[in-house]
Ligand binder design. Structure first.
Ligand code: GAR
Length: 320
């Protein structure tokens, strides 16, 4: 299994969703681990539960810290080497600048079927509207409150005689089911072969005269014409003795390859199947892949394989 994603959970109160995530992370095949529990209220009951469960806790007090709260929170998240932030009953409006730092990497659970009933009092409003169903949503956090793309939902029936409290209780059961599952899918996505292939394809096809073509059953990308084009990138997926997913690109030769593999053996490797060639393997089912760096490798490999005239034109264009 690929390395687990490191998740921080932010809470303000009871922390029952936090608990659901902590217990889900105890499964051997769970793709995330809980790196830190923190929030805006130092006496939130959930923090004591997290401590008792042996999870790292940082108690921050938004009230006394004022504006510097967000900087301290960011420092704590970075110190814990966090990949994804999961909000679980974190009842504070998040400034746009903070959201931006975690764009695409921060998710939230909300007790309604979004886009219905954003904000507070969701259960009261659903009952008052005469809805037959309430429910919960997990969504990506954007600067607008409770507004980001929905990643998953569970509907919950509203019963005759339900009060906001009785409904909230049942919705909470649904939240505890939904949140761990959606978070697992969310973090696993980036180490899945489909997502990685799509991402490499996007970068490869952005290069001039690049086209997609399968090479011995693996997705690959070529530069040049249909008849004389050359492969500059080929995906590999746990085959030929490798246990990971990544891309093969051309490097500058055997010496460079040996140096890279020695310096960063977790990233680079020599693809056994290709014998003494200039193809080097870059693993991509790891945490924190730097996609600009991968894009740089694709461009360089493209430059090695492109017809000299095209490669030169591209170099000149890039200088402007
Ligand atoms: C949960 O119902 C959660 O969906 C809600 O607060 C409760 C926290 O409970 N969150 C929001 O309303 C966010 N807008 P918990 O602390 O026991 O997880």
């Amino acid at each position: 299994m690929a390395e687990r994603a490191r998740v921080a959970i932010l809470i303000s109160g009871r922390g029952s969703n936090m608990a659901a995530l902590i217990y889900a992370a105890r499964a051997d095949d769970c793709p995330f681990e809980i790196a830190l529990i923190t929030g805006d209220k130092p006496d939130a009951p959930g923090l004591s539960l997290a401590e008792a469960e042996g999870v790292a806790v940082q108690r921050l007090d938004a009230k006394s810290l004022g504006k510097s709260f967000w900087d301290q929170l960011q420092d704590a998240l970075q110190a814990a080497d966090v990949d994804v932030v999961a909000l679980a009953g974190f009842m504070r409006i998040i400034p746009a600048a903070f959201v931006e730092q975690w764009a695409g990497r921060m998710i939230n659970v909300h007790p309604s079927l979004l886009p219905k009933y954003k904000g507070l009092n969701t259960h009261r409003d659903a009952i008052a509207a005469g809805d037959k169903q309430a429910g919960c949503s997990v969504h990506l956090v954007t600067a607008e409150v409770d507004d980001g793309p929905v990643l998953g939902q569970v509907p919950v029936a509203i019963l005759p005689g339900d009060t906001p409290e009785t409904l909230a209780e049942r919705v909470l059961i649904a939240e505890h089911q939904l949140y761990p599952r959606v978070l697992a899918d969310f973090v696993a996505r980036e180490t899945g072969v489909e997502w990685i292939t799509a991402k490499v394809g996007e970068l490869a096809l952005a290069l001039p005269q690049a086209s997609a073509k399968t090479s011995h059953g693996s997705p690959g990308w070529r530069v040049g014409s249909e008849s004389s084009g050359k492969f500059f990138a080929i995906m590999f997926n746990r085959h030929h003795g490798e246990d990971s997913v990544g891309v093969l690109v051309k490097c500058g030769g055997q010496d460079e390859m040996a140096q890279l593999i020695e310096a960063e053996p977790d990233i680079y490797f020599r693809p056994a199947y290709y014998g003494p060639s200039d193809w080097i393997g870059i693993r991509l089912d790891r945490r924190g892949v730097d996609w600009d760096h991968v894009g740089g490798w694709l461009e360089r490999s493209w430059g090695i394989c492109a017809p000299p005239r095209l490669a030169k034109l591209h170099r000149v264009a890039e200088e402007f």
